[in-house]
Design a protein around this ligand. Structure first.
Ligand SMILES: [Zn+2]
Length: 398
């Protein structure tokens, strides 16, 4: 007799295996922190003893989505300043307000709210770049989400850090404290080329290489940034950071909206990941990233929010659209992503590494009930199908 703690039963299991197999009336069995069986309900239930069965009729069970670029605590600043150019918004509004108000409590509270919103949108993992990242990481871990967390490093004073040396020292301490954590992956976060000095970037790259952690950065988000870069360095930001040795680190570059063919090839050769942030690009009228071409060149492209400030429900719109379309069509999610990105088929987003299972139910009722997270998920082969490493129970949208 096999024992399971919980079975998610009767849902449509979206496997994201090589054939994108869908299992109607499927089941996901959980023991401790692991998914131990996935398949047809009758197969999974055969000779099984189960403590709890969750009826998932009308819901899809899919791998958790990854929000690959965000600034979680900024949720608290939503609505503060809209309809502005990126540089005016950032330097004229956000950064002064952040220097005044952002502290560890702000980051814990903002991250809690962000996590609740992300879980509701089907996200189980996020990549964050903000301040007091110890508090962001602690909150994400407490909630049970996976996160890649990078302390923002700026060439001018930042919350809690009068100089970039202070942010680098904080980053080092943060990496040492969190690098063994099962849910949190620490990273290094020089904000952008236009907020960096060559020395600062070199030190950030050195730190990322020393501990073999990712380096998160914004690259070529707006045309203004690229133009300013050309005036300052006589070359584009991506060429400039290449000169500074940035791509010696494992780079995850947010936005990359204004990139030419040669720059995309630089990113591809460097093995850099690019994060497409359509809601943020829309908010600032930044433009449209050439994602289909990036994919053709073999660049790994993830999808993220960019910021948490688009008016509700805009910040989560991408994830919500995916979920709505999934529910509406019961077809392949990559169709929706393909449509969003202007390309034919990009199924890889749901295959991204997700190691948490978030079981969320109660949507549409008076109170949401976020019940559990399971980490270190591993899956056996079931019925000789390859099964996704994690699943997420999604509520039906009414
Ligand atoms: Zn950002």
């Amino acid at each position: 007799m096999t024992h399971y703690d919980t079975i998610l039963a009767h849902g449509l299991v979206v496997t994201m295996d090589s054939h994108y197999t869908l299992i109607p009336d499927g089941a996901v069995a959980i023991r401790g922190s692991q998914i131990v069986a996935v398949g047809r309900l009758d197969e999974v239930l055969a000779e099984a003893q189960v403590d709890q069965v969750v009826d998932c009729r009308g819901a899809a069970i899919i791998p958790g989505l990854v929000n690959a670029h965000t600034h979680a605590p900024m949720t608290l600043l939503r609505g503060l300043a809209d309809d502005l150019r990126l540089d005016v918004w950032l330097h004229g509004y956000m950064m002064p307000v952040e220097r005044q108000f952002v502290d560890p409590d702000f980051c814990r509270l903002g991250t809690r709210l962000a996590c609740a919103e992300m879980i509701r949108s089907g996200v189980t993992c996020f990549a964050d770049m903000y301040y007091y990242e110890q508090d962001v990481a602690a909150t994400a871990a407490e909630v049970g989400m996976r996160a890649i967390c990078a302390e923002t490093i700026l060439k001018f004073p930042a919350p809690g850090a009068p100089t970039y040396e202070d942010s680098l020292a904080y980053s080092r301490d943060f990496i040492i404290r969190w690098r063994e954590h099962p849910l949190i992956r620490p990273a290094v976060g020089p904000h952008a080329p236009y907020t960096a000095t060559p020395e600062m970037l070199a030190a950030a790259v050195g730190l990322a290489r020393e501990f073999d952690v990712p380096l998160l950065i914004h690259l070529s988000e707006s045309s203004h940034e690229v133009q300013e870069g050309e005036e300052t360095w006589e070359m584009s930001p991506i060429r400039w950071v290449r000169e500074q040795g940035l791509f010696e680190a494992k780079v995850v570059a947010a936005h990359c909206v204004h990139v030419d063919e040669a720059e995309m090839r630089i990113l591809a050769r460097a093995g850099a990941g690019v994060i497409h942030d359509p809601t943020s690009n829309l908010k600032f009228a930044s433009g449209v990233a050439p994602v289909p071409r990036m994919l053709e060149l073999g660049i790994q492209v993830g999808i993220g929010e960019g910021n948490r400030l688009a008016p509700v429900p805009g910040a989560d719109a991408v994830f919500n659209i995916i979920i709505r379309e999934l529910e509406a069509s019961e077809q392949l999610v990559h169709y929706v992503l393909g449509r969003l990105l202007g390309a034919r088929s990009h199924p890889n987003y749901l295959r991204a590494e997700n190691r948490a299972v978030v079981h969320y139910h109660g949507f549409g009722r008076e109170r949401a009930n976020i019940t559990s997270c399971y980490n270190h998920v591993s899956l056996p082969r079931v019925s000789s199908r390859r099964i996704p490493r994690n699943c997420l129970l999604l509520p039906t949208w009414g």
